[in-house]
Every structure is written in structure tokens, then in C-alpha cells.
Ligand binder design. Structure first.
Ligand SMILES: *Cc1c(COP(=O)(O)O)cnc(C)c1O
Length: 394
């Protein structure tokens, strides 16, 4: 590991030289089945020919012009996102945390310009993750990420996840918005009940609050619908996207309905890189793949197959896996022993997975996963569980 790298990650001692679909090829000469997808980012698989071509074609023409000028591919991507969602307007940025900043600022500005300037506080829930800026760690309120960075940025109040009584009690005259992940990723693959999401919509309507969903991890087809909140049949006022939207190219986006989007007018918010021609070319290519006829149905099919096999494995190895949870291809195995041990053993056996809070192992394969590849992953998980059981018996 290079001493020149800032010491922010406990990286696995493994690097890759190439990727293809669901596989990564290590500099160690081995092939790995990639159930990290770069943390729910490379949803179309590695080196998808359509994405590669879109980026290469754009790279030869024009990279960057800034938002001083129109960017036709960005207008097209915004129109396509609007057509496929609740939203009327889109703001592009470069990452998830910037989508958080944009969404939080928009929620406050909306209240400000519509006659409620006293409303500036945002209610969030325990177990959430919204990125690593000062405001985002303050919003999520996770002590692990706040420690050593001084006082929490004011204006965020965290209440218990999936508890609407506590949430209602936290609302006061200064509350502007509620900001929640429909399925918590980093927090341990914790899905909100669909009724809870519907109740959030009701509460926001009742109190005139902005409902913001962070679908950075659970959106863009991850659950087998384009957005996770579609399962609840409700829409937020504002949605944060990033990760899967760029398929590996850094993109973030803030989607909003017309009502809320009045908060942003020229000069109020901005970005130098956001929505540049390279990112927009790739974003459109990602939508070509994900919105293709039948694609999301196939995600649901493969996900159902994967989940039933995982549940069978968990049933046979309760001493290794306590529970399978999540939705679509955003699945979590709650480990019965330290998740890092299992993640290491799985990697050794050729399957890459991601840790999460609550001792969970996240399975985030590309959405292009085949059922054969799902079977291959399950065979590896079964083998690792069986050999751990044997070792424990020795
Ligand atoms: C990853 C993630 C973020 C932060 O995205 P970055 O691109 O790392 O800034 C925010 N919210 C959720 C739900 C995420 O999964």
C-alpha cells in the first residue's frame, strides 16, 4: 500500500486490471465475481460496450464547457429522467454528497421563497448515510463519522428510523423537510416498510414539509423498479441520485417537482463540473440500458432467484448467516459472526462483497447479472459457510 495515499481506507490488498460484465480480473491473475459493483455504481456491469462507446465517442468530441452554456446531452438526460419519474426538473452534480447538499439547500430555499423563511430544519433518521461533507455527516448523525470534527452543523435532527410517532413529535415551526433513504444501504440494508414511506408522504403534506428521498444507493433500478419508492406507490418532492446513474462515471442529480423546484433560480446554486458532456453522454447510455424494454423485469426475476437461493443457504447455515434482507439486487446477509471474516473468506473464494453496519454483508451485483452468475455466487457462499462450519467443529 503506498505511503503516499491518505490513510482514509482499510483497503483489501487487491487491485484489478480489467472488468467485464459481472467479473473483475485481478492483478493477481485471478477472476472475481463482483457483487460490490463499486458500491452499487457499475450497475450495467464492467466495460458495457454501449457505455464504453458513448464515453469514447464523446471523449473525442468535447469534454467540458461549464454551465455557462447549454449542454444538449444534459437537457436530454434531464428530460428522460423527468419522463421516467415524479420529477419536473433536474440539477446535475458530480457525486452523492453533492446531491445531498443540493437537495438540502433546495428544501430550505423552497420554504424560504414560499413564505416560510423560518423553516430551515431537516429531520433525518437513525442509521442513515448521506455522504461525508460536514452537513451530510451532521444530517445522518452517525457518531462514528462525526467524531473529531467539532460540533454538528445545526439544522438537522435525527429521529428513530421507522418510527412516525417520534418523527411527528420532532416537527415544529422551524421544520422544513424530512430526508430519508427508502432502503438504508450503509446502515445495513434496512428497508423502510412501504406503509412507513406512505406515512412520511402524509406527514409532509399535513405539515407543508418537503419530502426528500435519498435514492443514491437504492435507486436507478437496484430494486427492480427504477426507484425504490415506486414500490410504495408514492413520490417524494425531491430525490437524490448518484451511484448507479453514471455506471462508473461520477454523476449526481437532484430531481424535484415543479412546486419545490421554484427554490432554485439563476445564481442560487451551482457547480463547475456538474452535468458536463462526458458525464451526460454516459448517463444517457446508462438510461438506454436500464430503461430498455424488459430490463427491470429481468432484474426482478434474477433477484427473486438469488434471494430464494440465499434464504435456503441461510437456512442451512444459521451459524454463519442469521438473515437475508433487502430488495431486488440490494441484498444484505446479516452475519452470525464478524462480517469482515466472511467478506475476507468470500473474497478468497472469488466473490467480492461489501460490509455495512449491523454486521451485514451487502450483495450489490450489477443489474445485468445472469441467473447462472447468481448461482455461481451462491455456490461460493455455500462453500464458504460449509468450510467455516467444518473449521468451527474441529
Ligand atoms: C453513497 C451514498 C451517498 C454518498 O455518495 P458519495 O458519492 O460517496 O458522496 C449518499 N447517500 C447514500 C444513500 C449513499 O449510498
Amino acid at each position: 500500500m503506498s505511503e503516499a495515499m491518505m490513510n482514509t481506507y482499510a483497503r483489501a490488498d487487491l487491485a484489478f486490471e480489467r472488468g467485464e460484465g459481472s467479473y473483475l480480473f485481478g492483478t493477481d491473475g485471478r477472476r472475481y465475481l463482483d457483487f460490490t459493483a463499486g458500491i452499487a455504481v457499475t450497475s450495467c456491469g464492467h466495460a458495457h460496450p454501449h457505455l464504453v462507446k458513448a464515453l469514447q465517442d464523446q471523449a473525442a468530441k468535447l469534454w467540458h464547457t461549464s454551465n455557462l452554456f447549454r449542454i444538449p446531452a444534459g437537457e436530454r438526460l434531464a428530460e428522460r429522467l423527468v419522463a421516467a419519474s415524479f420529477a419536473d426538473k433536474v440539477f446535475f452534480c458530480n457525486s452523492g454528497v453533492e446531491a445531498f447538499e443540493g437537495a438540502a439547500k433546495l428544501a430550505r430555499r423552497y420554504q424560504n421563497v414560499t413564505g416560510s423563511p423560518q423553516r430551515w430544519k431537516i429531520i433525518t433518521v437513525t442509521g442513515s448515510f448521506h455522504g461525508r461533507s460536514m452537513a451530510a455527516i451532521s444530517a445522518a448523525g452517525n457518531p462514528k463519522y462525526l467524531e473529531g470534527f467539532g460540533p454538528r452543523v445545526p439544522g438537522y435532527e435525527t429521529v428513530a428510523f421507522r418510527n412516525t410517532n417520534e418523527l411527528r413529535a420532532a416537527i415544529d415551526d422551524e421544520t422544513a423537510a424530512i430526508l430519508v433513504e427508502p432502503i438504508q444501504g450503509e446502515g445495513g440494508i434496512r428497508p423502510a416498510e412501504l406503509d412507513y414511506l406512505r406515512e412520511l408522504r402524509t406527514i409532509c403534506d399535513e405539515f407543508g414539509l418537503v419530502l426528500v428521498f435519498d435514492e443514491i444507493q437504492c435507486g436507478m433500478g437496484r430494486t427492480g423498479k427504477l426507484f425504490a419508492c415506486e414500490w410504495a406507490g408514492i413520490a417524494p418532492d425531491v430525490m437524490m441520485l448518484a451511484k448507479g446513474l453514471g455506471g462508473g462515471f461520477p454523476i449526481g442529480a437532484v430531481l424535484a417537482n415543479d412546486k419545490t423546484a421554484v427554490g432554485f433560480t439563476p445564481g442560487v446554486h451551482g457547480t463547475t463540473f456538474g452535468g458536463n458532456p462526458l458525464a451526460m453522454a454516459v448517463g444517457n447510455a446508462v438510461l438506454d440500458v436500464i430503461l430498455a424494454e424488459g430490463f427491470l423485469d429481468r432484474v426482478q426475476e434474477v433477484a427473486g432467484h438469488l434471494r430464494s437461493r440465499l434464504e435456503a443457504i441461510a437456512g442451512r447455515h444459521p451459524e454463519q448467516i442469521e438473515e437475508v434482507r433487502g430488495a431486488g439486487l440490494m441484498l444484505g446477509l446479516k452475519a452470525a459472526r464478524p462480517n469482515a471474516e466472511l467478506i475476507g473468506a468470500l473474497r478468497e473464494a472469488g466473490l467480492l462483497t461489501v460490509g455495512a453496519a449491523e454486521n451485514v454483508i451487502r450483495l450489490l451485483p450489477p443489474l445485468t447479472l445472469s441467473s447462472g452468475e447468481a448461482d455461481e455466487a451462491c455456490a461460493i457462499i455455500e462453500k464458504v459457510c460449509a468450510s467455516a462450519a467444518r473449521k468451527a467443529a474441529e
